[in-house]
Design a protein around this ligand. Structure first.
Ligand SMILES: Cc1cc2nc3c(=O)[nH]c(=O)nc-3n(C[C@H](O)[C@H](O)[C@H](O)COP(=O)(O)OP(=O)(O)OC[C@H]3O[C@@H](n4cnc5c(N)ncnc54)[C@H](O)[C@@H]3O)c2cc1C
Ligand code: SF4
Length: 323
């Protein structure tokens, strides 16, 4: 691991100026993703700015929904009574991630900003456009079981790893950020990006912007929601594919994980199913339409059938009543 300076700022503004004006500085929260990357030489900041001492660890029930401080631990968020009772999809997504020990360490903001689990990204001896722009993509034509099938580019076929982000996508959440130019709100749908020809940028954040909170609007009365994750082991494994869903009267919301470089909000599928019966045949037809532009390789083509079956199971289950 390379040497670095370590700072513990006393205020949000101090934290932002320490990172915003130093291109080689990085925030650190729980460290459960970043420290691995420091050890592997994938991340090489010369200054770490520890945000865990900042007052960003509250969960507030507001008139509009929920406000989750950036430092709230994944385990505390999953167990919060309002999350368990009103946002089952979020609680389930969090509990499907990592292990109890890691969920105690991981924070809301860190979870959203964790980096891809593409095996080549973590291996500094291989070409990877995300780690080293312009070096090539070892995953294309390489080990392709985990690759994305939607929204890929010739530069990168990595998937986004966060379960929580997929749940927040279907909840129409936003993140509040503080940067050198002040405060702004970013809809979650605009936070993570497709790789295009610059996969080194995972998000739309400007260097130095500090996530301070995640806001989640209240769900409509009578809404039911859930999260389903298909994976290689019953726990401690990232998603092969995952489905976050909300059903509220005529409205159907679906987001997919494990299929793209960002949580994939299935808007075509949602439009097709709006107001219609949530039966197997229309759901499968809507999935086929949503997947019409999918690009697969030999190793990851199973994802199409898997995401279709998972979506049908989740939506018919939700249509059968509260879960
Ligand atoms: C073995 C293992 C299994 C896992 N399995 C899963 C899984 O199944 N599903 C899943 O979703 N996750 C999984 N994870 C990932 C884990 O959830 C993340 O490592 C964790 O959520 C990151 O949070 P952190 O607070 O530790 O972030 P850190 O490692 O501290 O930071 C991660 C990134 O976020 C940035 N950052 C942190 N806070 C802020 C802020 N407030 N503003 C701006 N930038 C910030 C950091 O600069 C860094 O780039 C797994 C991790 C491990 C090690
Ligand atoms: S898929 Fe993306 S992260 Fe993986 S090797 Fe290719 S460029 Fe790197």
């Amino acid at each position: 691991m390379r040497p670095f300076d370590y700072e513990r700022p006393g205020t949000l503004d101090e934290a932002v100026s320490l990172v915003a004006f130093d291109p080689d500085a990085s925030y650190i929260a729980g460290g459960s993703n970043l420290v691995d990357h420091l050890k592997l030489g994938v991340a090489t900041p010369t200054r770490l700015v520890d945000v865990r001492g900042l007052p960003l660890a509250d969960i507030e029930e507001t008139a509009d929904g929920l406000r989750i401080g950036a430092n709230v631990r994944n385990s505390d968020l999953a167990a919060h009574p309002a999350v368990r009772s009103q946002y089952a999809v979020l609680s389930r997504a969090l509990l499907s991630g990592a292990s109890a020990q890691i969920r105690h360490q991981a924070t809301a903001a860190g979870n959203l900003l964790q980096r891809t689990r593409c095996v080549y990204f973590a291996d500094a001896t291989t070409p990877c456009n995300k780690r080293e722009p312009g070096s090539g993509c070892s995953a294309i034509g390489g080990y392709d079981r985990y690759n994305a099938v939607l929204g890929t580019s010739e530069s990168c076929v990595a998937t986004h790893p966060s379960d929580m982000a997929v749940a927040l996508a279907v909840l129409d959440a936003s993140v509040e950020v503080l940067g050198a130019d002040g405060v702004r709100t970013i809809p979650l749908a605009d936070l993570h990006r497709l790789p295009g020809d610059s996969p080194e940028h995972d998000t739309s954040l400007v260097h130095g912007e500090l996530i301070t909170a995640v806001t989640v609007p209240a769900l409509p009365d009578g809404a039911v929601s859930t999260y389903y994750k298909a994976r290689d082991r019953a726990s401690y494994a990232f998603a092969l594919v995952s489905v976050a869903a909300v059903v509220a009267g005529d409205e159907v919301r679906v987001a997919w994980g494990g299929v793209a470089h960002q949580p994939w909000r299935a808007t075509r599928l949602e439009a097709a199913l709006h107001g219609g019966p949530l039966d197997e045949d229309p759901i499968r037809a809507a999935c086929a339409d949503e997947l019409a532009d999918a690009v697969t390789s030999e190793g990851n083509s199973y994802k199409l059938a898997m995401i279709t079956g998972a979506t049908a199971m989740v939506l018919t289950g939700l249509a059968g009543g509260p879960r």
